[in-house]
Design a protein around this ligand. Sequence first.
Ligand SMILES: C[S@@+](CC[C@H](N)C(=O)[O-])C[C@H]1O[C@@H](n2cnc3c(N)ncnc32)[C@H](O)[C@@H]1O
Length: 252
Amino acid sequence: MASCCASLYELPIVEQLLGGSFHPGGVALTRRLASAALISPDSKVLDVACGSGSSARVIAAEFGASVIGCDFSAFSLERAKSTAPAEASSSSPTFVRAAAERLPFESGSFDVAICECSVCLFESRDLVLEQIRRVLRPGGRIGISDFFLSRPAPENLTGLLSRVLCVGGAVSLADYRQSLTEAGFEFIRIREANQALLDMSRRVRHKMRSLTATGLAELPDAWGDPMSVLLDLEQFISSGGAGYMLAVGRRP
Ligand SMILES: C[S@@+](CC[C@H](N)C(=O)[O-])C[C@H]1O[C@@H](n2cnc3c(N)ncnc32)[C@H](O)[C@@H]1O
């Protein structure tokens, strides 16, 4: 499952549509998440499902933290390792290949773990949250950002493209809170960032239109009719069916 899901993000079309940061709100929302999780220059930070490492680089450069990024995709990690730090003076994050369900780190070894736009992709959300809790020290913080659903997604938003855009596996805010609580986190705070999601879905639709008009889009057959999916998605988000959230919690 990890390999299937990770390989979706290796398609050239995904980067063409999303740019280097594979979550709504880009680095601006990463800064917000890092601040909410109280990342400081003393923090040892794990970025779970770090993709090509844009958030890890920003946290190392702007917060001065020591950062390890892990992801299942060898392809994304190669991209991460070959990209220079966000600022010449900052230390480079380290990147490690690992499935989020089996984090190869000692218990209690991180102050903060973040996971952006990925919890909704994992087959076992509970297992990954349990792993994250294990690698955090007591008093350590988790910071996640993800899609949520306020009502069930319509049929047209359950295919592969919706999965790439994270709608496929999203759950409600109450479900995220419950999963975090059951994984043993306390002082959970959840904030909505819905405009970032709406902006991203509009940007992706415009980009898709110009790529298809110029014949530059290499679209997998399984994506069906992407323009109709993207229009439905935008409408679903703007009518309050889905949103994007930041959640932080503390390991007791
Ligand atoms: C939507 S992208 C988000 C990437 C990055 N967090 C960001 O915001 O730019 C999802 C990432 O999750 C990774 N992934 C999916 N399933 C995984 C798993 N089970 N373990 C580790 N990484 C996984 C994919 O390879 C991909 O890089």
